[in-house]
Design a protein around this ligand. Structure first.
Ligand SMILES: [Zn+2]
Ligand SMILES: [Zn+2]
Length: 59
């Protein structure tokens, strides 16, 4: 029952706020598969995200 959920590190990749429990978009980096979260605000503003692992940037 301890499937480590990525609760600890759920931060918006654009602005850095905690997105746990928020209506955040979650997806994987198309380059390296790292989980990326982005808060609703940044999604609305269409901020670019940057993968913390490989530096991939996308809309
Ligand atoms: Zn944000
Ligand atoms: Zn990546």
């Amino acid at each position: 029952m301890s499937q480590s959920e990525e609760e600890a590190a759920q931060q918006c990749v654009s602005c850095g706020i905690q997105v746990a429990g928020m209506n955040a978009a979650r997806f994987k980096c198309p380059e390296c598969g790292t989980n990326i979260s982005r808060c609703a605000k940044c999604r609305k503003q269409s901020n670019l995200y940057e993968c913390p692992d490989c530096g991939f940037r996308g809309p």
